[in-house]
Design a protein around this ligand. Sequence first.
Ligand code: MV4
Length: 447
Amino acid sequence: MFGRILIANRGEIALRIIRAARELGVQTVCVYSEADADGPWLDLADEKVCIGKGPSADSYLRIDRIISAAEMTDSEAIHPGYGFLSENAHFAEVCRDCEIEFIGPTPEAMGRLGDKISCKRLAKEAGTPVFPGTDGEIEELDEAIEIANEIGFPVIVKASAGGGGRGMRVVHDVAELKAAVTSAQQEAIASFGNGAVYLEKFLDKARHIEVQVLGDKHGNAVHLYNRDCTSQRRHQKLIEEGPAPNVDEAIRDKVCESAAELIRKAKYSGAATVEFLMNQEQEFFMLEVNTRVQVEHPVTEMFTGVDIVRESIRVAAGEPLAWTQDQIKINGHAIECRLNAEDPDMNFMPQPGTIESWRPAGGPGVRLDSHVIEGYRIPPNYDSMIGKLIVHGHDRNDAISRMRSALSEMKIGPIKTTIPLHQRLLEHPSFISADFDINWVERLLDE
Ligand code: MV4
């Protein structure tokens, strides 16, 4: 095991990584920006190194400064968390060149899954269901027209290097196709330096379901079942839960096993998430793979008992996965609400400022992953998530009751948060019956 690791992140995920490292007897070094100088998580690290000014481009995205900090402090590995440099293959490569272990996949494995065309090819080989569409990059418009007519409109044009909704165009008929392909290619070059685009069937009214997977450096891979992340607004998830409700067990297990096979084929080590859309007939279609630990990983930790962050550190140190597939069992149901310092009544405007009062929820089956303490000042530079409230129950109804109760215990002031919105969503018949789709929150907010 490593003696010391550096954490190239901030906030709740930095704290989560500190906790996992401590349990493993691993020392931690946190890099931080000037805007985070009073960050409460820094008190729990063994060392801290300031790497620049508040803007991420001057600190958390500065590869040179992060590597220098790791070398200065004799850190053997770097955990990137999520966001920032976590999916940057160049960063993983620089770490390797400097003989610092990147806690995550190799740059090659990251490339195989991060490039959507390459990922879709591997998925087909692994038996992971994908949308019908072009077999790789669109090179000739005539070929794209032929495929689109074959699979039927609407179709969607996507950038191979894109993700999280950037560089996508929905196309309703053949007349729109040429302009959509051209503009998607231009946007992809401008945004990602890679103009490759592909086309696939567009699915409306879908649920967003993802499979948590873990791989090690010895060719082992397991899945940790799935999560439902359908309740989101503008690609920002609000509520996640697992296992995904209203999915037949046989279908669920087949999709989850195919996701494990996909990362085995990619020779992937570390935590990853395979994202899918599911239609009303419970057919699954892969969207993309996130090659990092995700914000919502605690949902899976609560209903499987597997410490995903601990495993990510263990496998990076070369240890085999501590879990075989048959040891991983579903126990009850978990739900996570993201607590964002935003005003839902003001178009979700971020609310930086000081948290004067902070009363955390607690009790059986309640977990609060947050870096916030009373008097904490939320800097304006980063995203507005101030914590995650996660509950575990015997079943979904039990978890919903527990979440309602836990949300009502939370007292945060004077900053506005997404808590009242969560309370509204958790009372809604569409949520209670899990009869929802990826647009349901936006439809509700429009009413
Ligand atoms: C789609 C789709 C419908 N059909 N692909 C959005 C982000 C990126 N991960 C992929 N996305 C989508 N791809 C096909 N073939 C609809 C979306 C989509 C979406 C997906 C998941 C969660 C929320 C979403 C919101 C809008 C669109």
